[in-house]
Write a protein that binds this ligand. Structure first.
Ligand code: SAM
Length: 328
């Protein structure tokens, strides 16, 4: 895949490392609950582990997204009037996007722009979708909104934008931040542009907990890899043999939380960041949230953030919705 140019690779890498280092210091240095941004779960190892998570029997979410797009992509695409370019936020390997691109490419040539902070995810996306007829791909190794702004600037007069935000990745934002993110996306769009937003729906708590704490321990490895990444990139000395993967459901917030819990007191030094701190016995670092939705709340999220909901399509095996919004 062609990848949109940015800065020289060495400059880019040192900027990314400086940003990583500063976010880690803020998240681990704050009083109270320690936190790390979930976007840092996706380095090369993390992206590969996430692809395995999508195959796990417990992680029904990914198969639900796949099944619903396989079944409903022609109907979803039939709701779009005119010519569209496609931007995908956090494309990952782009596996389920194939169904949408196939349906759209039956009526027009498609320019598809996957946007992901993980270069290895973009690489896999190219392998997955690079051979499709009538589809050309340019990947953007960027944060969501930076990438979207660049894609929007490339479109020609008369072309609409279809933004995909699949996999219920919106659930990583808490509800107010999710609304703000939808507003920020809307600010880049023009009236008539579309957003396909996938949302994982509420379901029994044991089923949700198992989805993020599988028997084979792949999600635990995905979570712990964040500290292993800190050890690798910031020359840290987290003792991972004394770290446990923990999953909780917060009933009030309707979200699954992933944490990393230290089983003993440990002092940690991150030499490259010139930073040290300690973890108390039992203390956790919060690494990811996955909010779950009521089907009726999703159109309302759209309405209060600058869209109209034109349709919802549901998976019946694993409650999950594809929601089509138009910018108004
Ligand atoms: C949960 S995965 C979903 C992947 C894919 N959309 C799917 O449905 O399987 C989230 C993806 O978003 C990317 N990502 C996370 N935070 C990001 C950010 N702030 N900007 C751009 N990409 C991000 C990750 O690298 C990862 O590939």
């Amino acid at each position: 895949m062609a990848t949109a140019p940015r800065l020289a690779p060495s400059l880019l890498a040192s900027q990314a490392l400086a940003e990583f280092s500063s976010d880690v210091i803020v998240g681990l240095g704050q009083p109270g609950q320690k936190e790390l941004p979930s976007k840092y779960l996706y380095d090369e190892v993390g992206s590969a582990l996430f692809d395995v998570i999508c195959l796990l029997p417990e992680y029904g979410l990914s198969r639900a997204g796949m099944r619903s797009l396989k079944r409903y992509a022609p109907d979803i695409i039939s709701r779009l009037d005119g010519s569209f370019v496609v931007a995908e936020l956090g494309s990952g390997s782009g596996q389920k996007t194939r169904f949408l691109l196939e349906a759209l490419s039956r009526r027009q040539r498609v320019n598809y722009y996957p946007i992901d902070i993980s270069s290895s995810a973009l690489h896999r996306c190219q392998q997955e979708l690079g051979e499709m007829d009538r589809v050309s791909i340019v990947g953007f190794e960027r944060a969501y909104l930076d990438g979207l702004q660049e894609v929007a600037a490339r479109r020609r007069d008369g072309e609409h934008l279809l933004v995909l935000f699949l996999g219920s990745t919106i659930g990583n934002f808490d509800r107010p931040a999710g609304d703000q993110f939808l507003r920020d996306v809307r600010n880049v769009l023009r009236e008539g542009d579309a957003l396909l937003l996938a949302t994982d729906l509420e379901k029994p708590v044991p089923q949700l907990l198992a989805a993020y704490d599988d028997e084979a321990g792949v999600t635990a490895a995905f979570n712990k890899n964040l500290l292993a990444r800190i050890n690798r990139e910031l020359d840290g000395d987290f003792d991972l043999s004394r770290i446990q993967h923990i999953v909780r459901y917060d009933e009030a917030e309707r979200r699954v939380e992933m944490h990393l819990r230290s089983t003993t007191w440990q002092r940690v030094t991150l030499r490259k960041a010139r930073f040290n701190f300690f973890l108390r016995e039992g203390e956790t670092i919060w690494t990811e949230s996955s909010h779950k939705y009521d089907p009726q709340e999703v159109p309302r999220m759209g309405e209060r953030t600058g869209y109209r909901c034109a349709g919802q399509w549901f998976d019946t095996e694993w409650p999950f919705a594809q929601n089509l919004f138009f910018a108004v």
